[in-house]
Design a binder for this molecule. Sequence first.
Ligand SMILES: *Cc1c(COP(=O)(O)O)cnc(C)c1O
Length: 360
Amino acid sequence: MKYPVSITRIERSRLEEVNFDNIVFGRHFSDHIFIADYDGQNWTDFRIEPFAAFSIHPACMGLHYGQSIFEGMKATKTVDGQPVLFRPEMHAQRLNASARRMCMPELPEDLFMEALDVLVGLDSNWIPPREGSALYIRPLMFANDEFIGVRPSQKYRFVIMTGPVGPYYPKPVRLLAENHYVRAVRGGTGEAKAAGNYAGAMLPTKLAQNKGFDQLLWLEAPEFKYIQEVGTMNIFFVIDGVVVTPTTDGAILKGITRDSILTLLKDAGYPVEVRRITIGEVIEAYRQGKLQEAFGTGTAAVVSHVSHIQYQDILMELPSVEKCLISNWAKDHLEGLRSGRFPDPYGWLTPVHALELAEV
Ligand SMILES: *Cc1c(COP(=O)(O)O)cnc(C)c1O
């Protein structure tokens, strides 16, 4: 191994506290956490420790000025029990793209990969075996200077925590197309997976939820015409047999699930268009009876069907889930590829070396 990672094992695993048949998303954390610190020059002190709280200085710059970025990815087990990571190098690259935008240090891609391999290998018992379940992996990097004053931090901390998640059977979501608040504008930070993007979306999302919606469909400011994405997902429409998703233009998060689904659909011969699309076009398609499906894509849910979209006083009701042939096909293929039920011609699965690590 290129990077020396010191490992302190937990004395007694907490795994038996978790019921794999009823896992609440985001509530359970596996036995170990990976931690590295940036000292202003280099990433140092690579360690895996029992998962526990750590202390933060009250002047921690990440808390005050928001230099904080993260990733969300999954490890699963294939049908023959092999733990695998899904496209980890894409997450490493996106973390570094986020880091550049937020003026934070990049993390060597091979360090990211090695840390994941050791951590997930060590806690591979925490990967729920059932298809659709997964070990959710949350890498996080934040500014860690103890300083009040606006400038980029010199010190940073990078951690990777993981936790099991159950099969996600999201009920179809009701979307409100937002025409007052914005999530991101071109030139802003929307393409970075930055904590602050979520903070700014909390209030408008809460207001929509008070009105009975699940999520917002974000539109591009200031015209509020072009469609961007949904809360934590990229958006797709099926219009008259053609799959359409907005071009990522600097304000839209470049979802890895979006990319995977686009690849699967194209290679299976579905007509796919990546282009700008307006809410007006979606309404027009709806009125002509050509809006067949709308769905969101993201690591957590993979595919979430959209049941309704409201724009001003227009409420569009979409066909029921059973009729969503294309999104159901895409979801099944992506999950089947992850579990080894379908072949992986793209090399998207990276095996984790669980056995060797049991000997560490
Ligand atoms: C993470 C995220 C997505 C989905 O990205 P995946 O790589 O598919 O998980 C979409 N939109 C936003 C704003 C996100 O933060």
